[in-house]
Design a protein around this ligand. Structure first.
Ligand code: IMP
Length: 427
């Protein structure tokens, strides 16, 4: 019953798309379990590049079942755009299944995401403005609309009416903007329902049956630990749970059914949006990492903030997600550096601490304590095995693994599917 969860070990953008795509080859089902189209994956297959936001990267393999689980929030317009984009590129999407229990992003969620951000001024979160937060707010408030509700005209009309009564008042009275027309949304969303109906399923059953039959299931996390609503740098977080435990809730299975948890971790650190970032490099080295690593958001195009590898974060993810393995991505970006720094702890006031603090004020005061490691100059983009890597690169990986207390099982040395070194077979 091999089931593997992939989780982002930093602030998202660790290169999960590439690792998912790589492991999907051995999986029978690939499942998304949280987030929405705030995520963005770039996957390179041969000479072709695919950008995905909502549909699991496994869709690029024609025979795999791909599931959008109940924990995901779905913008149906974006989903249809993505389906059309894949169809145009010759990708078969017939094997997509969407949980009937997943919540739907509505036009007022996107509007509110913008307005709430604007109203925060300098304290803004830096959201992707895709309506993710407001959709999860409605889910928790028990006023959200689920995929199954969108498929039933009457249900949807009633839920929409109830929501607009409240949302239009909020938009007019608090934000001083015009509200939404019930008829326009009805027409738009009933069109989406017609096209998406065929994908609806009780996806927990599909996953359960697959595991019972001894087949492989891959759970593809979006974002990363430090964007987790509970364990991240709150309030500079997303509104779902990227940590591995969320796979159970967001896909509908129990913790006893997860076999392995792989933390995807970049060989350095990046972050988009606001909030403290202890190892951030605001100098030429940071700029070099951004340019060499193409560190610009897939979803918003925003430049990512870049910094050295932070082992405090790696340990934190290892604990909160129960990592069994690490996949270190973008190791090739570090090639050519004289020396490379690893943050092993934080200097907080006059003490060195080794655990990630809950207080953002404390985190903002933390100064990284670095250890310096010899860099390497050799091109590693053609390395096929660990033995092909220069000794300095192997030392760097060994040190990361030691500090995180987790073995490195996969190493990314370039953007292509083939530029991946596998140390352990995970399925
Ligand atoms: P939201 O998820 O759009 O509400 O944004 C909340 C925070 O999460 C912001 O700082 C975003 O930049 C960040 N965020 C959301 N999705 C991603 C992602 O896929 N990668 C990196 N950051 C993300």
């Amino acid at each position: 019953m091999p089931s593997v969860v992939l989780t982002g070990a930093q602030w998202g953008d660790e290169g999960k798309g590439k690792v998912t795509d790589f492991l999907a080859e051995k999986a029978d089902i690939v499942v998304r379990f949280q987030g929405g189209n705030n995520a963005g994956h770039t996957v390179v297959v041969g000479d072709e590049e695919f950008k995905l936001h909502l549909i699991p990267s496994g869709i690029l393999y024609p025979e795999k079942t791909c599931i959008i689980g109940n924990g995901v929030v779905i913008d149906p317009a974006v989903l249809l755009e993505e389906l059309d984009y894949l169809a145009k590129r010759g990708i078969n999407t017939e094997n997509l299944r969407i949980s009937e229990r997943a919540h739907i992003i509505m036009p007022y969620h996107k509007k509110l995401d913008e307005l709430i951000e604007e109203s925060k001024g300098a304290a803004k979160i830096g959201t992707t403005k895709r309506g993710i937060g407001p959709a999860y707010m409605d889910k928790a408030a028990r006023t959200g609309i689920r995929f199954i509700d969108m498929l039933e005209r009457e249900e949807f009309a009633e839920a929409l009416e109830r929501n607009l009564q409240e949302k239009n008042k909020l938009l007019a009275k608090v934000y001083n903007v015009e509200g939404f027309s019930r008829d326009e949304i009805m027409e738009e969303y009933m069109g989406y329902a017609d096209r998406l109906r065929k994908y609806a399923a009780d996806t927990s059953i599909i996953i359960h049956d697959c595991l019972q039959a001894g087949r492989n299931v891959l759970f593809e996390g979006a974002q990363g630990t430090l964007l987790d609503l509970d364990h991240g740098t709150y309030p500079y977080v997303t509104s779902s749970h990227p940590i591995a435990g969320a796979a159970c809730i967001g896909a509908g299975l129990g913790p006893t059914q997860i076999n392995k948890v792989i933390g995807i971790i970049k060989a350095y650190t990046t972050r988009v949006g606001e909030g403290p970032f202890p190892t951030e490099l605001k100098d030429e080295t940071g700029k070099h990492l951004r340019d060499k690593g193409f560190e610009y958001g897939t979803t918003t195009g925003r430049p990512r903030r870049c910094g050295w590898f932070d082992a405090v974060i790696a340990r934190y993810t290892a604990r909160t997600s129960g990592l069994t393995n690490l996949a270190v991505t973008k190791l090739d970006v570090l090639t050519g550096m004289e020396t490379i720094k690893i943050c092993t702890g934080y200097m907080f006031r006059d003490k060195v601490i080794s655990e990630f603090p809950a207080s953002l004020k404390a985190l903002a005061e933390c100064q990284p304590v670095y250890e310096e490691i010899q860099g390497w100059q050799e091109d590693i983009t053609g390395a096929k095995t660990i033995a092909d890597l220069p000794e300095a690169a192997r030392n760097y990986l060994r040190r990361i693994s030691e500090l995180a207390g987790t073995p490195v099982s996969i190493i990314g040395v370039g953007t292509r599917r083939s530029q991946t070194i596998v140390i352990d077979t995970l399925f």
